[in-house]
Design a binder for this molecule. Structure first.
Ligand SMILES: *[C@@H]1O[C@H](CO)[C@@H](O)[C@H](O)[C@H]1NC(C)=O
Ligand SMILES: *[C@@H]1O[C@H](CO)[C@@H](O)[C@H](O)[C@H]1NC(C)=O
Length: 399
């Protein structure tokens, strides 16, 4: 009896909570939509740029002139070619011995390992189509982390032009994982994208093991839609990035003419798979039985567009691996490119010393390029402190 009443109550409260969430988000987004001043002080309202699968043709074919021009030039606009969701499990595996021995947590992954490219639910073919983009900021996120995306947009992910160099930003998303209120979350993300025009969404579930799908679908997307980008910063939505230091580092690499093979971050050498079954990164022997190639922590790294295209090519020759940054390490190895280590990228380890004074020291952040794991509000606060002209730091803060 008691249970039935409780279930009824829960059944009533859940939609109510969802409704509140939607209302709150709409209010917040509405507030943010107010006219803004750009760098030159002109007021403007952001252009609504929701792009479904027809976006490109719509934008291309606005006027008759455009249509004629298109017909004459006879160039087919680039498009995403994975149109149908076609991912059936490879059931032949089920009868194999090693599959039966394999930890069940990996069954889903292995059964769908051959499925690589998924249809796009939200696309922005126009993102890098208009002229040179110096740096594309690409951020892995999930629908629910709306506050983190807000913080990134306000800080290091702000689209802007610095010394004539264009910076653009994109968030990579899948669909809500099982048990979430999928249809309402989907409406929210579409609304958010209508305002900011910076979401790429694919039709696969946003789970930990599917992060590699995010990686390869992005590489393919980049190869198709971004012919004129020079560098890519790829990171999580909870990192702090010192954009100025990042740009400085890039121009240094360009001067040294080292940009073709550029892949830099917090690099790990000679790591071995974690066999502790409690760990998020646990990998059973049945799945992988060697040590890892050098790889770069996925929290934040920088690569050149040239290398990204080469990575896309080799990624197609490799079997998917459930840990995305290790998978990229495997691709790099196949290309014979050694990822560069840079002490300015702190994507591992800092959180271990949560109490360390450095975690709150703005000078520490001022000296670095990427720092991992901040909550959204801390990111915004730290950003404004680091960019306060009155902040005085000693010559070097020790790392
Ligand atoms: C889905 O993929 C399988 C194998 O990859 C293929 O045989 C089948 O025709 C595909 N179905 C559709 C609808 O594309
Ligand atoms: C990845 O996403 C696909 C498509 O949504 C889903 O079928 C599959 O179970 C997911 N894989 C894992 C390992 O979560």
């Amino acid at each position: 009896m008691d249970n039935i009443v409780r279930r009824k109550l829960v059944g009533f409260i859940r939609p109510l909570l969802t409704l509140c969430l939607i209302l709150a988000s709409l209010l917040m987004l509405q507030k943010l939509k107010l006219p803004e001043k750009d760098e030159f002080g002109h007021k403007h309202v952001r252009e609504n740029m929701w792009c479904g699968k027809d976006c490109f043709s719509l934008r291309q074919g606005k006027t008759q002139d455009d249509l004629d021009a298109q017909r004459v030039s006879n160039r087919t606009p680039p498009e995403w070619d994975a149109q149908v969701l076609n991912c059936t499990e490879d059931s032949s595996l089920r009868s194999q011995d090693w599959f039966r021995r394999l930890d069940p947590r990996f069954h889903q992954f292995v059964l769908h390992r051959h499925c690589r490219y998924f249809p796009m639910l939200i696309n922005h073919p126009e993102k890098c189509a208009d002229g040179e983009v110096h740096l594309l900021m690409v951020v892995k996120s999930i629908i629910e982390q709306h506050d983190r995306r807000e913080a990134v947009r306000k800080t290091w992910g702000k689209e802007q032009t610095v010394d004539g160099k264009k910076i653009k930003t994109l968030f990579l998303l899948g669909t809500p994982s099982a048990g979430k209120d999928a249809s309402n979350l989907q409406k929210l993300i579409e609304y958010e994208d209508m305002i900011y025009g910076d979401i790429l969404q694919w039709d696969f579930m946003d789970t930990f093991f599917n992060l590699t799908l995010k990686e390869i679908n992005f590489l393919k997307w980049f190869d198709i839609f971004c012919p004129n980008v020079q560098f890519i910063f790829k990171g999580d939505d909870d990192v702090f990035v010192n954009t100025r230091n990042l740009l400085e580092f890039i121009s240094f690499e360009v001067e040294e003419r080292k940009e073709a093979d550029l892949f830099v971050g917090d690099t790990i050498h000679k790591a071995i798979p974690i066999r502790n079954r409690q760990s998020k990164y646990y990998i059973p022997k049945e799945l992988y039985d060697k040590s890892y190639p050098p790889y770069v922590g996925g929290g934040g790294f920088l690569m050149s567009a040239v290398l990204a295209r080469r990575l896309f090519v080799v990624s197609e020759e490799l079997e998917l691996y459930p840990i995305d940054d290790v998978f990229l390490g495997m691709c790099l190895k196949k290309l014979n490119v050694a990822p560069q280590m840079h002490p300015g990228f702190k994507t591992f380890g800092i959180t271990k010393r949560r109490v360390s004074k450095m975690n709150n020291d703005p000078c520490f952040y001022k000296a670095l390029i990427v720092v991992h794991k901040l909550i959204a509000q801390d990111l915004v606060n730290m950003w404004s402190v680091v960019h306060n002209k009155e902040l005085i730091c000693a010559q070097r803060s020790t790392i």
